[in-house]
Design a protein around this ligand. Structure first.
Ligand code: AHG
Ligand code: MN
Ligand code: MN
Length: 341
């Protein structure tokens, strides 16, 4: 425990962004407040994930979402929590969520703001019933038009346009990690005061230690991705000494690789017609994490080029994702160019 008489400042998310605002002369504090709204949503969701077994929040709702996936009660709870805490503030003009086929409109009685929120309310749903870590992913875009509720096409922006992005990791501790274009910063929830406090300033991805992929699908990958996987396992001049870690929650696998060094990838799956371009969604999974990865000195690609340059054509479009240490992501692009073209 830090020395209680230690005079050094206690850095909350608000103080950190206020300090950062020197970089954003045009900032009006709205972005700060949206991040605060998301931090509050994270605390509310964390209060349920830590008691999932007791809070009648386990199991399925019986519904199926736009992804054709069965909706967990915690998916629905997290989705409603983020929407309820952000839809009335006058900071957003609309929301796009993994759990909603259409754009979530701001209720008429509330003012419209100048930002758009895209989010995966609960990432790693399949892990909820087994006490495994899960997460929330978010991205904040500027509106492309003034006035009136945001239409779906306003959300179809490349990740390069993101003004902020990040995730909340519900694990052994609850962490809020974000970037607003000036580095990546991690905050850990201190449950005794209910506040996220700066614990990981200026995160930079270190030398690779891990690789994270579901080897169960290896048979269905292209030759370039197969060769890359052998390369990561040290074959024919490949990388020696990487450990395989795969939790099955993108936020957790990404967070570990961001802090310890490594690459996560979810390739296109040539067998499953539902996953011809992979399972992960561009708008609210790959894009926001690609922004974080690049801001931490890493890189994210769909196997051909930067995730951040892809212009979405639909809200829920999927993409292959290779994300982590730049030299490893560059390498998979090299194998794909050489063997899959
Ligand atoms: P979500 O729970 O939001 O649908 O995301 C689950 C994703 C992602 O978290 C993870 O990396 C991936 O599913 C795991 O997929 P497999 O079980 O096919 O490996
Ligand atoms: Mn997800
Ligand atoms: Mn999800």
């Amino acid at each position: 425990m830090a020395d209680p008489m230690d005079p050094s400042p206690i850095i909350t998310i608000e103080r950190h962004i206020l300090d950062e605002q020197a970089f954003h002369p045009q900032a009006t504090g709205t972005l700060t407040n949206i991040l605060y709204d998301l931090a509050l949503a994270g605390k509310v969701i964390a209060s349920k994930t830590t008691r999932a077994g007791l809070a009648e929040i386990l199991g399925l709702t019986g519904d199926t979402n736009i992804q054709g996936e069965r909706v967990m009660k915690l998916d629905r709870f997290a989705d409603l929590t983020v929407a309820r805490l952000t839809d009335h503030t006058g900071r957003l003009a609309g929301l796009a969520s993994e759990e909603n086929a259409e754009v979530i409109r701001i209720p008429e009685q509330y003012p419209l703001g100048k930002y758009l929120l895209v989010f995966d309310p609960l990432d790693g749903s399949s892990n909820v019933d087994f006490n495994m870590p899960v997460g929330t992913i978010f991205g904040i875009y500027p509106r492309q038009r003034d006035g009136g509720p945001a239409e779906p096409d306003e959300f179809l922006q490349p990740g390069r346009n993101l003004v902020a992005a990040g995730y909340i990791a519900y694990g052994t501790s609850t962490m809020f990690v974000y970037t607003a274009g000036h580095g990546v910063h991690g905050f850990t929830l201190d449950p005794s005061v209910g506040e996220f406090l700066l614990s990981h300033p200026n995160i930079r991805i270190p030398k690779a230690k891990y690789f994270s992929v579901n080897l169960g699908y290896q048979l269905y990958w292209t030759p370039g991705v197969q060769r890359f996987t052998e390369y990561l396992q040290g074959h024919e001049g490949g990388v020696k000494g990487l450990s395989l870690r795969y939790i099955g929650t993108l936020v957790s696998d990404f967070h570990r690789n961001l802090l310890a060094g490594g690459i996560f990838y979810y390739p296109a799956d040539t067998k499953d017609p539902k996953k011809p371009t992979g399972k992960l969604r561009l708008l609210y999974e790959a894009g926001p994490l690609a922004f974080v990865a690049e801001q931490a000195g890493g890189y994210a690609s769909d196997g051909n080029g930067p995730i951040l340059d892809i212009v979405p054509t639909s809200l829920h479009q999927r993409t292959p994702l290779y994300i982590g240490n730049k030299e490893l992501v560059d390498k998979v692009e090299e194998f794909v160019r050489a063997l899959d073209r």
